[in-house]
Design a protein around this ligand. Structure first.
Ligand SMILES: Cc1cc2nc3c(=O)[nH]c(=O)nc-3n(C[C@H](O)[C@H](O)[C@H](O)COP(=O)(O)O)c2cc1C
Length: 171
């Protein structure tokens, strides 16, 4: 079954990393369905039923986004608040995403060292509330792929290598 990639990037025209990932994903139409929230909903006025049907139709979902203030862009928080609804994702009869595998692909402006430093918190740790939300709905939170250091003028080669690693991680 194809894997669903839910992309939340408010400024894809300017993106290097997420666009590189998207361009590579497009080479594998039998493996991935690309779903960009900002392209489909410029005003973030989500069609909840459509979004729920899309999640229902896939067993593995990858949430791809740039790190904003050590978290997801707010649009993804809005999506989760609205789409993972009571009685659908949790609560009575709320079992519609139970058992699905959830992965994350995240680009950061900051370097790996700043996230690995003993006093800092890892990207994985910083995603704990999102992981917990999906676990609460019965999902299995699985892989995390990261590109670090997007704000430090990364080479085309480093982006390309990371892009191939992305595909190998999720294919
Ligand atoms: C509003 C905003 C907040 C950001 N906050 C962070 C942050 O907390 N940590 C970080 O490492 N990078 C942060 N960044 C940098 C982005 O994560 C980075 O530009 C992005 O991952 C690059 O990916 P792209 O080339 O696909 O746009 C922030 C960028 C913006 C616009």
């Amino acid at each position: 079954m194809k894997k669903l990639i839910v992309i939340t990037h408010p400024n894809l025209e300017e993106s290097k990393v997420n666009n590189s990932w998207i361009n590579e994903l497009k080479k594998y139409p039998d493996d991935f369905i690309i779903h960009s929230l900002y392209d489909n909903y410029p005003n973030l006025d989500f069609n909840i039923t459509d979004e729920q049907n899309l999640l229902s139709a896939h067993d593995e979902i990858i949430f791809q986004f740039p790190f904003h203030w050590f978290s997801t862009p707010f649009a993804l928080k809005k999506y989760i608040d609205e789409v993972l609804a009571y009685g659908w994702a949790f609560g009575p009869s709320g079992d519609k995403i139970k058992g699905k595998k959830i992965h994350f692909a995240v680009s950061t402006g900051g370097k790996k060292e700043s996230y690995d430093a003993t006093s800092a918190i890892s990207v994985s740790d910083l995603l704990n509330d999102f992981k917990l939300s999906f676990q609460y709905c019965g999902c299995i939170v699985d892989k995390l792929h990261v590109f670090y250091g997007a704000m430090f003028n990364p080479s085309e080669q480093s982006i390309q290598e990371n892009t191939l690693a992305y595909i190998n991680t999720f294919k």
